[in-house]
Design a protein around this ligand. Structure first.
Ligand code: TXA
Ligand code: MG
Length: 318
């Protein structure tokens, strides 16, 4: 049978049997397994080639279910959940014994997220266990935003891919650590920092550096394509690559002095949402193109532009 489709009962049956299923979310596609079965979770790490020190996010049908897996949930978490769930936010909360140590990579906390995609929400409602799911890409590569991206890279390792169309947001969820006295943002993502701060009612500290031991998935070289990417403003005056082998990844305005076909524009109208939703697919396209060097322009550093720049920073060649 075809591995990509919309057969919910089949997807559910695979997950009940401890197998891996690709699931659509509003952010990126996930590689899902039963979060309560250490063996099933182990096969996620194996399929992705992901180091076991990198914890997984646990996906639930609604935030009320979090109480079954966490020892304490602050009021702020309920307030943020009421404002943004289902949606592109992950809460780090103290975990209880139901969550295997493999899921949390030995940490006393667990990432909880309610994905906003109708198919995956239906799937979660049909299951009597939550789904552990990292982004469905091999470790260190760009996250998938279509079912085909998942099939291209992990197709032979998973039982089924639930096709929910292209991801609406295209950037991974924003991660907020609520397991500590003063909340911190561990990853910029699909929920803009400004929106989160407005709901929290205060400025938030960011702890998203590569040395951050709490979110090891935020290693500096993490969203990397195979091609050489450099910041356009740091490019040498006389490039060592032939002009027709260079592509430009632009945020909005194409450059006047460069042939249009060599320019890849994230959003002609400068719309952050459109730019975010196209980012990973465009990085993949460039990676598979005949260009040898990609000159990358930064997005304006505000709203989703911050998260876009964060991913670009990880994609550029150090
Ligand atoms: O949008 C998303 O969050 C997607 C979709 C599939 O839900 N998932 C995703 O998962 O991006 P992943 O595994 O690619 O990234 C999860 C990040 C990693 O950086 C990991 O270190 C961090 O979340 N994380 C997970 N559990 C954590 C915990 N208990 N404490 C700190 N960081 C945690
Ligand atoms: Mg990932």
């Amino acid at each position: 049978m075809n591995k990509i489709g919309t057969d919910l009962p089949f997807a559910a049956a695979q997950l009940r049997a401890g197998k891996l299923v690709g699931i659509p979310t509003e952010t990126v596609y996930g590689l899902a397994a039963n979060a309560l079965e250490a063996q099933a979770v182990a096969s996620i790490f194996e399929a992705k080639n992901r180091p076991a020190f990198d914890p997984l996010i646990v996906h639930l049908a609604n935030f009320e279910q979090a109480a079954a897996f966490c020892t304490a949930i602050p009021d702020l978490a309920y307030r943020l959940a009421a404002a943004f769930c289902p949606g592109p936010i992950t809460f780090i909360l103290p975990k209880n014994h139901h969550i295997p140590d493999l899921v949390s990579a030995g940490q006393p906390t667990v990432g909880i997220r309610i994905p906003n995609h109708p198919l995956t929400l239906q799937l979660l409602q049909q299951l009597d266990f939550p789904l552990a799911a990292p982004s469905a890409n091999p470790f260190g590569y760009v996250s998938p935003t279509t079912a085909q991206h998942v099939a291209d890279q992990l197709g032979d390792k998973i039982a089924y891919i639930l096709d929910g169309g292209p991801c609406e947001i295209g950037l991974e969820s924003t991660i907020i650590d609520l397991s500590i006295a003063v909340p911190k943002v561990l990853r910029l993502g699909g929920l803009a920092l400004e929106q989160l701060e407005a709901a929290v009612g205060q400025k938030l500290t960011l702890q998203t550096s590569s040395s951050n031991p709490k979110a090891p998935g935020m290693l500096l070289k993490h969203y990397a394509p195979n091609k050489k990417l450099i910041w356009a403003d740091a490019a040498p005056q006389t490039p060592t690559v032939a002009m027709d082998k260079i592509a430009w990844l632009r945020f909005s305005e194409p450059l006047a002095h460069v042939p249009l076909k060599q320019q890849f524009v994230l959003s002609p109208s400068g719309d952050f949402k459109q730019a975010a939703s196209r980012l990973f697919a465009l990085l993949r396209e460039l990676d598979q193109s005949a260009y040898d060097l990609i000159l990358v322009e930064k997005a304006p550093e505000t709203g989703l532009g911050r998260a876009i720049n964060d991913r670009l920073k990880r994609a550029v060649t150090p």
